[in-house]
Design a protein around this ligand. Structure first.
Ligand code: PGA
Length: 263
């Protein structure tokens, strides 16, 4: 099946991606793909699924076999082409296994594994060079929000993680705004606050690149997205999709989120 890619009213591609984090064996991943496929048949979207490294190849093969509207991706990678980096994985290996996109700079990578903006910047460049679509995550902590530093945080994460990326390469990038306090906590940013943050990100892109670049870049929201709040988030003019953690582990919940997007 050719990839289904619907656009929203702003003519930007809509992307709804699951992020399984460190969940699901190969067998569990296969069961999920088989269960999800019929549930999203009517959607104009292909579902993106960011699965553990060990399940990339098997799920990518299964998606092909089932002709399912699902795009398989990874959750992280290293910026080097290859080398003595025990425990790491290269973009080329992800591609080889069947990944088409990669989440970079997720807050769990930034906070638990201390990844810096400059490391993430190198990864974004490498993913683009290897033709893996990067989904770059940014977002403020609760402390930064409470001390009025949301914009300052988003601006520096965006500019540093996207440093020296040309306008042409920026076209391949997807941004995910994920307030850290909303991830896995059940506290979703209300649609208004999320919209404000997305609009601000677009302003930063417009200032650094151009108004045209800011108008076309897809910006996803992530953080406690559930079937009952997905529709309101997607209705905001600057929210072009969703990055879903916990609720992407169940085919029923994830399909409801996918199906909440209507053209
Ligand atoms: P959550 O995770 O939906 O469980 O809050 C979001 C994420 O993976 O960033």
């Amino acid at each position: 099946m050719p990839r289904k890619s619907a656009r929203n009213k702003q003519n930007r591609p809509v992307i709804i991606t699951g992020n399984w984090k460190m969940y699901k064996t190969i067998e569990e991943a296969a069961q999920f793909v088989e269960a999800l496929t019929p549930l999203i048949k009517q959607s104009p979207l292909s579902a993106y699924l960011s699965v553990p490294f060990t399940a990339i190849h098997s799920t990518a093969e299964l998606v092909k076999k089932l002709d399912a509207p699902i795009v398989i991706g990874a959750q992280n990678m290293h910026d080097a082409s290859e080398g003595a980096f025990t425990g790491e994985i290269a973009a080329k290996m992800l591609k080889d296994a069947g990944a088409e996109f990669v989440i970079l700079g997720h807050s769990e990578r930034r906070h638990i594994f201390h990844e810096s903006n400059s490391f993430i910047n190198r990864k974004v460049k490498k993913a683009i060079a290897e033709d893996l679509q990067p989904i770059l995550c940014i977002g403020e902590t609760l402390e930064q929000r409470e001390s009025g530093k949301v914009e300052e945080t988003l601006k520096s994460q965006l500019l540093e993680s996207l440093k020296e990326i040309s306008a042409k390469d920026l076209e391949k990038v997807v941004i995910a705004y994920e307030p850290v306090w909303a991830i896995g906590t059940g506290k979703v940013a209300n649609a208004d606050d999320a919209e404000k943050a997305h609009l601000f990100c677009r302003k930063v892109i417009a200032e650094k690149w151009s108004q045209e670049d800011a108008a076309v870049i897809p910006i996803l929201y992530g953080g406690s997205v559930k079937p009952d709040n997905a529709g309101a988030l997607l209705a905001e003019p600057d929210i072009d999709g969703l990055l879903v953690g916990g609720a992407s582990l169940s085919p029923e919940n994830f399909s409801q989120i996918i199906n909440s997007f209507k053209v």
